[in-house]
Design a protein around this ligand. Structure first.
Ligand code: GTP
Ligand code: MG
Length: 217
């Protein structure tokens, strides 16, 4: 009983969204065949192998929901997962997989660009960046492209467990400085580790707040 009350208190105080259900719905190559029920959706993008599918599984507390692999190029389709019967998480293919053939890269670009540019239900895009890397041209160019096309996005640093606290803070700070050379203000930034379940509450709260704001309109 005591535990239940404490849990309730925590939940109320921190307003953490509870994941009651999460299920795979459909995979597509074409945004025009994606679900057409008007539910809001939150998509995850980033370089191949950055940890998109792992982050989704961590957020939704289902280790095998989205397919993951230690080899890049695992997710090749637009994958819809229905959460709490209310909103969608979308797992997208990664970009920049160097060893893919030119045809495959072009095909993936078509899938990704089509979805991002034309999907009306897309509410926020989470752009994942490996926290260990210096800012990469491919990611900076991708952000510029999102900005030019008015796509709302947030930055999510992944694999936070791979760096110590000090290095992690330094890495995020230097990334922010690099971004400020190009951007007047920064998008929301999250630091996560799927391994350590770091950043889960923050991301879910952020999604929850967006849904609440849109519903209130
Ligand atoms: N240490 C650590 N490894 C991670 C983390 N997130 C993902 N990984 C590992 O990184 C590899 C790639 O993870 P995925 O989730 O499949 O990456 P993805 O971005 O979905 O990759 P594609 O679908 O190929 O674009 C796997 O070996 C994961 O176990 C993390 O937070 N910490
Ligand atoms: Mg994947």
């Amino acid at each position: 009983m005591k535990r239940t009350i404490n849990q309730l208190l925590n939940t109320n105080l921190r307003n953490i969204m509870h994941i009651n259900s999460a299920e795979f719905v459909i995979s597509n190559t074409d945004y025009r065949r994606c679900p057409d029920d008007g539910r809001l959706e939150f998509a995850f993008i980033g370089r191949s192998n950055v940890g998109k599918s792992s982050l989704i599984n961590m957020l939704l507390q289902k280790p095998d929901l989205a397919k993951t692999s230690s080899k890049p190029g695992k997710t090749l389709l637009i994958n819809h997962f229905l959460v709490n019967d209310e909103w969608y998480v979308v797992d997208l293919p990664g970009y920049g997989y160097a060893r893919a053939s030119k045809t495959q890269r072009e095909q993936l670009k078509k899938i990704i660009d089509g979805y991002i540019l034309h999907r009306e239900a897309l509410t926020n895009l989470f752009l994942l960046i490996d926290c260990r890397l210096e800012p990469q041209k491919i990611d900076l160019d991708f952000m510029t492209w999102l900005g030019e096309n008015g796509i709302p996005f947030s930055i999510v640093f992944t694999k936070g467990d791979k760096l110590g606290t000090v290095k992690l803070r330094e890495s995020v700070a230097s990334y922010q400085s690099a971004l400020l050379e190009q951007w007047e203000s920064l998008p929301p930034i999250f630091v996560t580790s799927s391994e350590k379940r770091q950043g889960r509450d923050e991301l879910l709260d952020y999604i929850d707040q967006i849904i609440i704001d849109i519903k209130a309109q």
